[in-house]
Design a protein around this ligand. Structure first.
Ligand code: FES
Length: 144
């Protein structure tokens, strides 16, 4: 059987039974393009901050904040760190953490967000994306 014969049979359905299983398998709902942690796929992206590095030393003090890759990472006290998108959902202003009020406040029109990113006060109408932060020794890891 020549290649031409095979193609002709596929086009007229003569070998459909043989060809279709591979097509069906490649479209199975069990395929997960991003299985996430433990799924054997691409590991989650992270940002690692070395707190001994002067660039991030503000995080050693409650109320301290740094912005890395458009993510505001803040020390909210008691060795707890939070990470939120630093880009306000209203018009893209930069949000800054305030230890006194325990909120993130947009510097453009003063929308307020909780430390979990939920919207507290407009004009923004949606909250900020939040990211998990873990601390190990002098290293903070933000999982994107
Ligand atoms: S850009 Fe943040 S409140 Fe307008």
């Amino acid at each position: 059987m020549t290649r031409r014969d095979v193609i002709q049979k596929v086009l007229i359905g003569g070998t459909t039974v043989i060809i279709l299983p591979s097509v069906i398998c490649s479209c199975s709902k069990d395929d997960d393009p991003d299985p996430g942690p433990g799924g054997g796929g691409t590991p989650p992206r992270t940002i690692t901050l070395d707190l001994t590095n002067p660039t991030y030393s503000a995080l050693n003090t409650p109320g301290g904040q740094v912005i890395v890759q458009s993510i505001a990472v803040a020390n909210v006290g008691n060795d707890i760190f939070v990470a939120l998108s630093s880009v306000c959902t209203h018009e893209g202003g930069t949000v800054v953490y305030s230890l006194a009020s325990n909120k993130f406040v947009c510097q453009l029109h003063f929308s307020e967000f909780s430390t979990t990113g939920s919207l507290l006060l407009g004009p923004a109408t949606t909250g900020l994306k939040s990211y998990a932060v873990t601390k190990s020794g002098n290293t903070l890891t933000v999982t994107l």
